[in-house]
Design a protein around this ligand. Structure first.
Ligand SMILES: Cc1ncc(COP(=O)(O)OP(=O)(O)O)c(N)n1
Ligand SMILES: Cc1ncsc1CCOP(=O)(O)O
Ligand SMILES: [Mg+2]
Length: 526
């Protein structure tokens, strides 16, 4: 019987194209362990065999071109990948061969509407300091346009961008240049010594290109991803683990930005439980899908005014929280006009959102005043969508904003006015971003297909919802939205989600008041 908690119905196939580490801590061995731990079926294409322990690399021998080609072709015909991670490439001939193969394959995948993410970890040196490939001499430009993400550490970034990294500015410029040269997103890892190095925290820089399935506002942006530094020498295989985790998470259908934050949490959790096995640096433990919020990074958008990563204590202590929701929001309607709002308040709604989307509506302010006043009459909590200045002016109970609106809104004014704040999210990445503002609740969607709004992201489904809910338990209420009707209320409740917002199931019903009462009754009785 299928496991209802499984990430995907069938384990997705993920390939690792990398070198064997006879010591078992890095390379193919770390990749297979990671992919399998993250519920993927791992296939391997071995590029090189290394005679390696935790203290030395004694010998590296690349496989023949014939063997490399044969592994690729044999797997492709029976076990096609949902995502690919590339690690050690021993020489230029392997880069050329793989780039040619990927070019041909991507043309086929494109024809069949398939998008296979390719994550390149440009391995050059082992943790013990010995060279694995002729890194400085390798030219990765044949991969231009073929990659989804490249994950260099500080020294690899310096080699790839052919520059010295002496400042945070230089790091950002080098990552940006690499992104443009290879036409790919870049995760520049800051765990090792370098300009963004900090004793207390590890700061990675994510440079996004046109990432599939995320908000327009997050594309072509740069973000610092910061975590507490985990004090351990057992870091052999960290880069291999990170890149194969990113590939495995993407194979389960998560967007790139989500895969990066989940993989970082996976590595953090693995480092905490890491162990020494030989005389040198030990390796990461395999701790399954990350479930602890503390392991996920803080995210900061890099702007022209603020380029430095943020000290984590600033996020934790310096901002006040928005109003706490004392009594659950429950199942509540989101409506487009005051008439419908009044009908539903009369039917007993104690929470409701006014969502007026017409920017030319000359009656907007009047509608907002009426909605807030009706809310007071019926002792209901009225949230105003988007129009935060008017909500402050007329003292609404709360405001609901999208991630896009966050950029244009003044959260300090909202905080000072003591309004409740709800924030939308569509992914792990956006949940983490929203949480940093300490809102009153986070809405998550769309759970099922919806016609109410054109969404850049795919429907999330119940399985992902359950993961987000369990991550945020005890932190903030999560409100599910999108395509919700009487038929799915049961299964939504089973995810443990706190509250539910509905549009069409109420507003397009023949009798909206009756539809709302029935839905709410079902929700409370479950
Ligand atoms: C409860 C709830 N969740 C999500 C939304 C969507 O808000 P937003 O992302 O700002 O999009 P628009 O509603 O403005 O199109 C919501 N309104 N309410
Ligand atoms: C505003 C919004 N944000 C995410 S989904 C959605 C629309 C939900 O509408 P419906 O309940 O009719 O699917
Ligand atoms: Mg909005």
């Amino acid at each position: 019987m299928a496991n209802p908690d499984a990430l995907s119905v069938n384990r997705p196939i993920v390939w690792t194209i990398a070198g064997s580490d006879s010591g078992g801590g890095a390379g193919i061995q770390a990749d297979l362990a990671t992919m399998s731990d993250l519920e993927a079926h791992a296939c391997s294409v071995i590029t090189a065999v290394t005679a390696q322990s935790s203290v030395t690399v004694a010998l590296v021998e690349s496989v023949s071109s014939k063997m490399l080609q044969s592994q690729l072709d044999t797997l492709a015909s029976d076990l096609p990948p949902a995502a690919i991670k590339i690690g050690l490439l021993a020489d230029q001939a392997q880069i050329e061969l793989l780039a040619k193969w990927l070019t041909e394959q991507q043309a086929c995948w494109l024809q069949s509407g398939k998008n296979v993410p390719v994550i390149l970890d440009p391995v050059m040196v082992a943790t013990c300091g010995d060279a694995l490939a002729n890194g400085g001499g390798l030219d990765f430009t044949p991969f231009k346009g073929l990659l989804t993400l490249i994950t260099p550490n500080v020294s690899e970034l310096a080699v790839l961008a052919a520059t010295e990294l002496t400042s945070v500015d230089a790091c950002i410029a080098a990552a940006q240049k690499l992104s443009e040269t290879l036409n790919t997103s870049v995760l520049a890892k800051g765990g090792d010594n370098g300009p963004a190095w900090c004793q207390q925290q590890a700061n990675d820089l994510l440079v996004c290109t046109d990432v599939d399935g995320i908000s327009d506002k997050h594309q072509w942006q740069r973000f610092w991803l910061s975590s507490n530094r985990i004090d351990t020498n057992n870091n052999h295989g960290t880069g291999c683990t990170l890149s194969s985790a990113i590939a495995a998470v993407m194979a389960h259908g998560f967007v790139l930005n989500d895969a990066v934050v989940v993989a970082k949490a996976y590595v953090n959790s693995g480092l905490k439980a890491s162990y020494q096995i030989g005389q040198g640096p030990g390796c990461l433990a395999r701790t399954a899908w990350p479930k602890e919020l503390v392991d996920f990074p803080y995210i900061k958008l890099v702007t022209t005014n603020e380029i430095e990563p943020m000290p984590l204590k600033t996020y934790r202590h310096e901002q006040a929280s928005f109003k706490q929701i004392e009594e659950s929001l429950g199942l509540y309607p989101v409506v487009a006009d005051v008439e419908m709002l009044e009908t539903l308040l009369k039917a007993g709604a104690k929470t409701i959102q006014l969502r007026v989307k017409d920017p030319t509506d000359v009656t907007l302010e009047r509608s907002i005043i009426q909605a807030i006043s009706l809310g007071r009459d019926y002792k209901a909590r009225v949230f105003i969508n988007d129009h935060w200045q008017l909500a402050i002016k007329h003292q609404a109970y709360g405001v609901h904003l999208g991630q896009e609106d966050l950029i244009a809104s003044n959260l300090e004014q909202l905080r000072a006015a003591k309004l409740a704040l709800g924030l939308s999210s569509h992914s792990y990445f956006e949940i983490l971003l929203a949480k940093q503002h300490k809102p009153s609740y986070i809405a998550f969607g769309h759970i099922f297909p919806t016609t109410t709004k054109v969404m850049p992201s795919k429907p999330q489904g119940l399985n992902k919802l359950a993961r987000y809910v369990s991550l945020m338990k005890g932190e903030l209420p999560i409100v599910a939205i999108g395509g919700i009707d009487a038929a799915c209320v049961n299964s939504l409740k089973a995810t443990g989600v706190d509250d539910v917002a509905v549009v069409r199931a109420v507003t397009e019903a023949d009798d909206p008041a009756a539809a709302f009462t029935a839905l709410q009754q079902t929700w409370w009785e479950l």
